[in-house]
Design a protein around this ligand. Structure first.
Ligand code: UDP
Length: 166
């Protein structure tokens, strides 16, 4: 069901495994498992190129109260627990993902946007050696080819899982 929301101009990224910009901007090695989920928050602003932003700056800009920011962070952590175990069931490692939130007409905070391989990194756990096989938008971003095949494989695994478990 689609609901109209007033979008909060923040991108909430949760990382379970180090990859992408985290490894470009720090000395953390790609593929390192993080001891606890890391939340990185970005300001949605094309002119500024969606910069990484701090909690204090979010408050300073009056984007969100600290209460609502905590609420969003806690929701993101809960969503991670559900998604991580869902994807593990279908042999996929949930590396990281991006969420967006908004206010509905009653001023409740709700999840906006989609959850898909366009905004999640999903690695195939069916590999025998340690090579990374991305079944997500990185196939397009890194010019690896096989994007449709990768998304179709995820679709197939989800369908097979739902047939057996629902
Ligand atoms: N992501 C997204 N939209 C963006 C930037 C990132 O959906 O505009 C997702 C991306 O798919 C990944 C996660 O957020 O699952 C973390 O991405 P990262 O910050 O590492 O940026 P990247 O290196 O992909 O540019």
């Amino acid at each position: 069901m689609q609901k109209k929301i007033k979008v909060i101009p923040l991108e909430i990224v949760l990382r379970n495994t180090a990859y992408g910009s985290l490894c470009k901007e720090t000395t953390i090695k790609p593929g390192a498992l993080l001891s606890k989920p890391l939340i990185d928050i970005y300001l949605k602003n094309d002119e500024l190129n969606d910069p990484l932003i701090t909690k204090d700056r979010i408050e300073l800009m009056n984007i969100l109260s600290s209460h609502d920011l905590e609420l969003i962070i806690n929701l993101t952590l809960k969503i991670n627990v559900i998604l991580k175990s869902f994807f593990k069931n279908i042999q996929l490692q949930l590396v990281d993902f991006k969420l967006e939130f908004g206010y509905d007409f009653k001023n409740n905070i709700i999840l906006g946007d989609e959850i898909s391989p366009d905004n999640c990194r999903l690695w195939d756990l069916n590999q025998k050696n340690d090579i990374i096989v991305s079944l997500d938008k990185d196939r397009f971003r890194n010019d690896l080819g096989g994007l449709i095949e990768a998304y179709s494989e995820i679709h197939r695994r989800i369908n097979d899982f739902l047939k057996l478990n629902w």
